[in-house]
Design a protein around this ligand. Structure first.
Ligand SMILES: [Zn+2]
Ligand SMILES: [Zn+2]
Length: 278
């Protein structure tokens, strides 16, 4: 091959766009922008603390789960190769969690004690936390989704005070307020990340639809997914291969037109995994 025929790609220059997922901190504040929801089945891999999308009816992980169940119907859940499947619900939200926003590059930090921007190294000393006000994709499990669904059908289930409820309804001419009107909070117990608490702010003065909300561009939920592995790659996980190595070997085999997965992606997946436990 001649020099001029070699296709070069500078991996560092391939700017990876961070997926705009909500990272569930101890407290996440948001409005829901649309009733549209994307539903995904995922497997949780305890030893890697990672979620991987289920491959449906031919899924390698499902097949192994079934086999483990057949072999040991009582204890299969504690087998290290048992990767339980659960459903995740993805929604477009307007996140208003207070955060430190880097004045230099726009990166944000929910840890308001942060002193330096990881992304551009700018000093964040003296920067005051502010409401994020960004369109993000929220991923929730069945527990919170069920509560949310119940609430949307009958908000009185979560608005404790009857007078407050009456006042809210009156503000909306006797109708139940639209989904965009409510402020929601998800709290995560830092000591037990599985313990998530879902609340609605039912203060009548705060239940309203902000004018600018209709101009926001929503994310395409079809593009938002969890890590996807082929059945062959799933087999590697049982052999102890890490997700990073699976993705790296994908890179080295990939042809020019297949976009490589950068270190950032692997990092981001790990961050997402860490913050979305449960
Ligand atoms: Zn599966
Ligand atoms: Zn920065």
């Amino acid at each position: 091959m001649k020099i001029e025929e070699v296709q070069t790609t500078n991996k560092k220059s391939q700017k990876y766009q961070k997926l705009p997922f909500v990272f569930l901190g101890q407290r996440t504040n948001f409005k829901i922008l649309s009733n549209d929801v994307e539903v995904l089945d995922v497997h949780y891999i305890p030893k890697l603390r990672a979620f991987v999308e289920c491959n449906g009816k031919d899924c390698e992980f499902c097949e192994t789960n079934r086999q483990l169940y057949r072999e040991n119907p009582k204890t299969f859940r504690s087998h290290p190769n048992y990767f339980p499947v659960s459903t995740k619900y993805l929604l477009n939200v307007y996140e208003t969690t207070p955060a430190i926003i880097c004045p230099n590059c726009g990166e944000y930090y929910k840890d308001t004690q942060v002193l330096t921007c990881d992304s551009c190294k700018a000093s964040l000393v003296g920067v005051q936390p502010q409401s994020l006000n960004r369109v993000h994709i929220l991923r929730i499990g069945i527990k919170i989704f069920d509560k949310l669904k119940k609430f949307l059908i009958d908000p009185s289930t979560m608005v404790d005070d009857k007078d407050d409820y009456q006042e809210i309804i009156e503000k909306f001419d006797g109708e139940i307020p639209p989904i965009q009107a409510w402020n929601f909070v998800i709290r995560v117990d830092p000591n037990d990340k599985k313990e998530q608490d879902f609340q609605v702010n039912s203060n009548p003065s705060k239940v309203f639809v902000p004018e600018e909300i209709s101009n926001l561009t929503l994310h395409n939920l079809k593009d938002a997914h969890y890590l996807r592995l082929s059945n062959d790659e799933m087999k590697l996980i049982y052999k102890g291969v890490t997700i990073r190595d699976v993705l790296n070997s994908r890179n080295s085999q990939s042809s020019a037109e297949v976009q490589s997965v950068s270190e950032d992606v692997v990092e981001d997946i790990q961050n997402a995994v860490d913050s979305l436990f449960g």
